[in-house]
Unconditional design. Structure first.
Length: 390
């Protein structure tokens, strides 16, 4: 696995805070602002002319001191040129795709993306004449065969949503760049603590900050982190839609970043402990966890990542719907719900939708998000519920 940058710990503790003055608060305050006032018309006109530049105070929708501090921090820890904060993780995905494509263009999307990402591609992008082609995420440099002269963007995840394949990030990014397309990667699972896709050649990385970055199942925020070539046009496109992250969510994300590295290490430790136990159970057919050798893309994970989060899936032996429901309902410490990355453990059955390469695995796929409960208690809870699967 790639090593963790030794500077990350200090960066998470200190970046994105105000200037060093005596008596300052530890955290930036909630920065609630719409109209910003100027003493001179010339100053207002200068701000209006520079409103798409990060750090320019013009109107609250374009940014506040707190949102700029958060964006600078995200860009720094991701190794990017700039960041745009938006209202949700899905918003980051949809606006990044919209900013990279144009009417009549062709985009390539990995077959294992987050289901709402696929929904946006199938239901919204097509209305504007954008044609979407889905590809096997493990295709690597073979992606070149799917390019067309009008291919504008490549959207993929590492690892894939629900099924956790790890693609060859550098190969896909290289193919896209050689053909003039923008590569967009959803890096929510690993966070910048365990993977920095921009350093692997990707142009744009999107994050759902509602997951590990916020860390407490309360913030709703997304991030679009760009390299230098992509940043200015992407920021202008995103701001043209009028979206922005809420002031409270900016505050919560900045707070969450302070403990991100520590929580990710805990998520990895707890997730591996529970996953190793599940792998040994008679009801388990296969593990869909990048750190396990039989997970597709395990070699890429070892090369490009420095760790694993606490989210993974288990392929259980075939069973009836009633048995699956009985298993999930018997769990006491695992809540049933979407999202993940908070302090609570979650469970959710997964039904992969594939169009480029059919999902043919037999059995029932179940996703687990391991929270902050003791691993011993989680294992005990799973042990009493697993017999419900038959």
């Amino acid at each position: 696995m790639s090593p963790v940058d030794d500077t990350l710990t200090n960066a998470l503790a200190h970046l994105g805070r105000g200037p060093a003055v005596s008596g300052r608060s530890v955290n930036l305050p909630i920065d609630q602002a719409s109209t910003l006032l100027f003493d001179r018309l010339a100053a207002f006109e200068a701000a209006r002319a520079a409103r798409y530049e990060q750090g320019t105070l013009y109107y609250g929708r374009y940014g506040t001191p707190a949102s700029f501090a958060l964006e600078r921090t995200m860009a720094a820890i991701e190794g990017g040129h700039g960041c745009i904060s938006v209202s949700a993780g899905l918003t980051a995905v949809t606006l990044a795709l919209t900013g990279a494509a144009k009417a009549g263009a062709h985009v390539l999307v990995a077959d294992n993306v987050y289901e709402p990402t696929r929904g946006f591609c199938d239901d919204i992008l097509c209305r504007y004449g954008v044609e979407v082609g889905y590809f096997d995420p493990m295709i690597g440099e073979g992606l070149a065969d799917l390019f067309r002269p009008d291919t504008a963007a490549v959207m993929f995840e590492a690892p894939g949503s629900g099924t956790f394949e790890v693609p060859d990030i550098p190969a896909i990014a290289r193919v896209a760049r050689e053909r003039g397309a923008v590569s967009i990667l959803d890096g929510t699972w690993a966070t910048p603590v365990f993977c920095r896709p921009l350093e692997l050649g990707v142009d744009v990385v999107v994050h759902s900050g509602s997951k590990y970055i916020g860390g407490h199942a309360d913030a709703m925020i997304g991030f679009i982190v760009c390299n230098e070539a992509s940043y200015a046009p992407m920021r202008k496109a995103v701001l043209a839609f009028g979206d922005r992250a809420g002031s409270l969510d900016v505050f919560l994300a900045l707070r969450g970043l302070r403990t991100l590295e520590m929580r990710m290490k805990q998520a990895q430790s707890a997730g591996m402990a529970v996953a190793r136990w599940l792998a040994e159970q008679p009801q388990t057919l296969a593990m869909r966890h990048p750190a396990f050798p039989d997970c597709p893309g395990h070699a890429q994970w070892r090369r490009d990542f420095s760790g694993a989060s606490g989210l993974f899936s288990v392929l259980f032996k075939p069973c009836s719907d009633a048995q699956l429901h009985a298993f999930v309902d018997a769990l006491d410490l695992f809540g049933v719900g979407v999202s993940w990355g908070g302090f609570e453990s979650l469970v959710l059955p997964v039904k992969p939708k594939r169009t480029a390469k059919p999902w043919t695995a037999e059995g029932r796929l179940v996703r687990f998000g391991i929270g902050q409960e003791s691993t011993e208690s989680l294992v005990e809870d799973l042990a009493q519920a697993l017999p419900k699967l038959g």
